[in-house]
Design a protein around this ligand. Structure first.
Ligand SMILES: *Cc1c(COP(=O)(O)O)cnc(C)c1O
Length: 392
């Protein structure tokens, strides 16, 4: 037998030994506060389903009725087969929701990043990128062939130093996550804006975990900091709080016009599907009609974070509904997650390479879908497992 793939077997064995092998659970129920996972009913603290929209009746109805009218697939890329009025309607609604001139949808947030960055900078240009930016930003930066200058996480002084040291450039752009998904901390966007404005550098924020979460009624990080009109490019996703799948780029109309001409995942990959677009429109309707779900999300997150801290857990420096429970070594985090699961709580262990070595954790994802009783049940399970494993 050929030995061409033996190295992969060795690598996988090594991941298992280090406690870094990711096991993917099988779900047999819809997304929600409770899930059936590998045949067991458990409380869900893993999902990015911040507002509980992934299985919301209004989104389900919108998707079904759109399928009946318009079918399912877009049948080709938009530049060749044309685009549906539903896609345009969603883009107009998203632009209005976010308070920008225009928006463009992509198949995912990942695609929105790898589409946008290479369309804006190239090999003579410089990108200043937060050291903890999401993988899709990193890949977008690499694809652009621009010079990548990483600055220390959320450290505006380091960014200033790096800008001063970088004297040769064509165009320049600063790129940051809005909410950092492993720690739940928020980028210092007002200070980043000041630096960008001072040096006339483009500013881009990826608001994947802020869309539907931060700002008035979930309008995002720009609204949260009242920076309307000051951030050049906002990337986002409809795969998290919106409960569906899809990416967004929002900003000036000229930006969207350019991306339609140059963004490769727009030009060479088919659009969002009809039911996804219709469900996203229903999500915008819901968010515009009431802040109830966003308010409940934040109140649940506060209860849970304070509950964990009260039990003696280290919850890092989270400012959002993402709450890390810092455990240190990856095998302990995996053991903690496994014991939680046995206690009926599904919460993921996260280790290297997603976070630095020695910074393994359980990442708790709060949701408006949880009831007060759900939160109590989960906190009691954290307490039992934490004591058993000597963490608290
Ligand atoms: C989740 C995430 C993405 C990817 O979004 P998808 O729509 O799932 O592809 C991109 N950027 C950041 C910062 C994210 O957290």
């Amino acid at each position: 037998m050929s030995t061409k793939l033996t190295w992969i077997e060795d690598e996988l064995a090594s991941l298992r030994e280090q406690g870094l092998f990711t096991n993917i659970r099988t779900l047999s129920s819809a997304q929600g506060a409770w899930l059936e996972v590998d045949g067991k009913r458990v409380l869900n603290f893993c999902a990015n389903n911040y507002l509980g929209l992934a299985n919301h009746p209004q989104l389900r109805d919108a998707a079904k009725s759109a399928i009946d009218r318009m079918g399912i697939g877009p049948a080709a890329v938009r530049t060749i087969a044309g685009t549906t009025n539903l896609h345009l309607q969603l883009e107009e609604r998203l632009a209005r929701f976010k308070g920008v001139e225009a928006a463009l949808t992509f198949q995912s947030g990942f695609n929105a990043n790898i589409a946008t960055i290479p369309a804006l900078v190239g090999k003579d240009d410089v990108i200043f990128s937060d050291q903890l930016n999401h993988a899709s930003i990193i890949d977008g930066c690499r694809l652009s062939r621009a010079r990548i200058v990483a600055y220390a996480h959320n450290d505006v002084d380091d960014l200033r130093r790096k800008i001063a040291e970088t004297t040769e450039y064509g165009r320049r752009i600063i790129i940051t996550d809005g909410v950092f998904s492993m720690d739940g901390d928020i980028a210092p966007l007002p200070a980043l804006y000041e630096v960008a404005a001072e040096h006339d550098i483009l500013l881009m924020v990826d608001d994947a975990h802020g869309e539907g979460v931060l700002g008035k009624g979930g309008r995002g990080i720009v609204d949260h900091f009242d920076l309307h009109g000051k951030v050049d490019i906002e990337v986002g996703t409809m795969s998290k709080a919106f409960g569906v799948v899809g990416g967004i780029v929002a900003g000036r109309k000229v930006l969207v016009d350019w991306l339609k001409q140059r963004a490769r995942p727009f030009l060479f990959s088919s659009a969002m599907t009809i039911p996804d677009v219709a469900a996203c429109l229903a999500a915008v309707d819901l968010l515009e009609s009431s802040t109830e779900l966003v308010d409940r999300l934040w109140s649940n997150a506060k209860t849970f974070r304070e509950g964990l801290a009260g039990l003696g857990f280290d919850t890092g420096h989270s400012q959002t509904p993402i709450v890390p429970v810092m455990l240190g070594e990856a095998p302990l985090a995996q053991q903690f997650s496994k014991r939680l699961f046995e206690e009926g709580v599904f919460a993921m262990a996260i280790g290297f390479p997603t976070v630095a070595k020695g910074k393994a954790r359980i990442r708790v994802m709060n949701s408006a879908a949880h009831t007060p009783e759900d939160l109590e049940t989960a906190l009691a399970a954290f307490e039992r497992v934490g004591k058993e494993l000597g963490v608290v």
